[in-house]
Ligand binder design. Structure first.
Ligand code: SF4
Ligand code: SF4
Length: 208
């Protein structure tokens, strides 16, 4: 029997304060003035593939529907082309809001787990954070194993051949003094985690 899912959202699905948190991040403040005209969805070249249109993501974010937004494919399909931001009649920086939502989805581990783009973004960041460089072969292997390991197994002959010919290395590349980079990135991370958890670190509108 087909599984039925509720599509209407109720008040209980909201996470009060989420919209305020996002709008307190520099660059995201104008979301408050969205008039839901739909121009962003109309100009977005990828909206036909999205589960929620850019207009809907703006509305859901402002109305505190955190889980719906952070679990959506839309924020990961956004190609940062900035068409929506250029055309928005209220000068809302929709692309930057999409970035903010992606960062929150990764930090809070709320994202479609088998969807390639967030997994790739997360592994890319982890590797750059710890090594100061990204080793593409290892990144691609991790991405396959975490999203579709059966497809990875199907490529084992190709991988082995490349490995034997020295075209595919699993040696991790890294920079010197990576501990310094690590300390710097950890400091930035902690700042953003503070702003996610209690909102005190993020500058607020009218706080100066
Ligand atoms: S174009 Fe701007 S004002 Fe119109 S729906 Fe999109 S974000 Fe809101
Ligand atoms: S920046 Fe993202 S949401 Fe905006 S038009 Fe481009 S792909 Fe669509």
């Amino acid at each position: 029997m087909a599984e039925l899912t509720r599509t209407i959202k109720y008040e209980a699905d909201r996470v009060p304060g989420f919209g305020r948190e996002v709008m307190s991040v520099p660059g995201c403040e104008a979301l408050e003035s969205c008039i839901q005209c739909g121009t962003c969805s109309g100009v977005c070249p990828l909206s036909i593939y999205m589960d929620y249109s850019p207009r809907q993501v703006m509305a859901l974010t402002r109305a505190d529907f955190k889980n719906e937004v952070l679990r959506s494919h839309t924020i990961w399909l956004c190609a940062s082309c900035y068409s929506c931001t250029v055309e928005c009649p209220r000068q809302i920086r929709i692309t930057d809001i999409m970035y903010e939502l992606k960062q929150r989805a990764i930090k809070e581990e709320i994202y479609p787990k088998k969807f390639t783009i967030p997994v790739l973004a997360k592994e890319f960041y982890k590797m750059a954070h710890s090594q100061g460089r990204v080793t593409e072969n290892i990144l691609a292997t991790l991405m396959f194993l975490k999203t579709n390991w059966l497809a990875a197994m199907g490529q084992w002959k190709l991988g082995l051949g490349l490995l034997l010919r020295g075209r595919f290395s699993l040696k991790m590349e890294s920079i010197k003094r990576k501990d310094e980079l690590n300390r710097m990135l950890t400091t930035v991370d902690n700042l953003s985690i503070d702003s996610l958890t209690d909102g005190r670190s993020a500058p607020k509108k009218g706080s100066h």
